[in-house]
Design a protein. Sequence first.
Length: 234
Amino acid sequence: MADKNRARTAFTRGKSNLEKGRPLQAMLSFTEAVKCDEEHYDSYLWRADAFLQLEYHYLARDDAQKCIDLKPSAIEGYIKKGEIEYKAEAFKEARETYEKALDVDSENAEVLAALNKTNRAERGQMFRERGLHMKGIGVGAVVGVLFLVINEFFVETQPVQGIIMKGIIFAACTYLGYAATKLYTDLLEQQRKLMLEPPKDIQSDPFANLPNTIPTPSNSSSSQSTSNSNVRKR
C-alpha cells in the first residue's frame, strides 16, 4: 500500500538535496519516495535529473520513460527523456522523442527549441563524420602516391610494376584510410549506444549454465569405500 505522506517527505528532501548540488543524496531520497509510492510522478522526474548529473544515462532515461508511462499527456517526461538522449549524443533518439512530445503539445516553445537544437547537432555530427571519412581517404591517397613515387624514382628494382598493380596499390591505400576513420566513427557510435543501454548484471553466476561434471564428495567417498571393501574380500 502506498505511503503518500512518507513519499512526499522523501521527495521534498531529495529536491532540496538536488538544488544544493548533492545529486547522490537526492537520488537516494527519490528512491525512497518511489518505494513508498510507485506512482509518484515527480520523484521519477527529479530522480532522472539526479541520475543525469551522476552520468547514469540509462537509469535517467528509464525514469523519464516511467514518467511518460505514468502520464502520457504530460510534456515534462518527454522533455527530460530528450534532454538525456541529447547529452548522450544520441541525437536521432532525442529528435524522435521531441517529435513525440509535439504530438502532446504541438506549440510548446521549449520542445520546439530543443528539437531545432537537436536537428542542428545531428547534422553537425553527420558532417563531422563525413569530413573525417574524407580526410581518411585523402591521407590514404597521399600515402599511396608517396609509395608509388618512391617505387618509381627512389628504388633501383621496382617491387611494383605495371599500371594495374600500381592502381591496385593506390586504391588499397585510399580504402585503408577510409576504413580506419570509419572504424573510429563506428566505435564512437557504439560508445554512445552503450551509454543508454542497461548495465551488465555483474551479480549473475557465469557458471550457472555449465554442466556439473565434477562428482560430489559423497559419491566419491562411497565409491572409495566400496573399492576398499572389495580389496579386503580378496
